[in-house]
Design a protein around this ligand. Structure first.
Ligand code: CA
Length: 225
């Protein structure tokens, strides 16, 4: 499924054109025609990127950007009719990721979108996750406790990765099953518990840490000690 893009642009013809082009590239597009509606959608929706016109009715694009940045680091590409250095600097100062002057070639917009999304996906996943004395290097697939390497199987690693990524959030057995095992996996219902036991013996018990907590009737959670 393509990335979800929110397009905040009051020129309906331009918005429609951009929407069609983005749809053609596989993106899902939601349109807003003024700043206030756009901001509401950012706050309630689940978008991967915002295309934000500067000259908007209700709330200006700059004001929308300022309010988005109070609570979200979603990539924002500003669109403007004016090729003004002040606008560009102001937008970037407020935390816009990129800036495009109208009229723009659609290929250029697509390239900027790809760049912004790529940057987001790199930033989204930190390369090292940690809790208490445990460190998990995502790319190198190495787990250490106090710098001592811990040998884990692929499943054990994936399960620990999933729990660490959601540190502080209680993960149900079903959620862990979905994330770590394939959807069509038809294992025993206690598979997750079995692997939690493996992890505990290799980490909690071996290093005397209370890493993986059981939440009775719900699932498991990793908390910092
Ligand atoms: Ca406008």
């Amino acid at each position: 499924m393509g990335a979800k893009i929110l397009l905040i642009e009051d020129e309906e013809k331009l918005a429609r054109f951009v929407e069609l082009e983005l749809n053609y590239e596989g993106y899902q597009v939601t349109k807003a025609f003024d700043g206030r509606q756009g901001l509401e959608l950012v706050e309630t929706g689940d978008f991967d990127l915002v295309l934000l016109d500067i000259m908007l009715p209700e709330l200006s694009g700059m004001e929308v950007l300022r309010r988005i940045r109070r609570r979200s680091s979603i990539p924002v590409i500003m669109l403007t009719a004016r090729d003004s250095v002040e606008d560009k600097v102001a937008g970037l100062d407020l935390g816009a990721d990129d800036y495009l002057t109208k009229p723009f070639a659609i290929e250029e917009l697509l390239a900027r979108i790809r760049t912004a999304l790529r940057k987001k996906s790199i930033l989204a996943e930190p390369s090292v996750l940690s809790a208490s004395r445990v460190r998990l290097d995502v790319a190198r697939r190495i787990v250490t406790v106090d710098d001592v390497p811990v040998e884990l199987t692929k499943r054990e690693f994936d399960l620990l990765h999933c729990l660490l990524k959601n540190k502080g959030i209680v993960m149900s057995r079903d959620a862990l099953m979905d994330h770590v095992w394939d959807y069509d996996f038809c294992g025993e219902s206690n598979t997750v518990d079995v692997y939690i036991r493996f992890l505990r013996s290799k980490i909690d018990e071996a290093f005397n840490i209370k890493l993986i907590h059981t939440v009775r009737g719900v699932g498991y959670v990793i908390k910092d000690e």
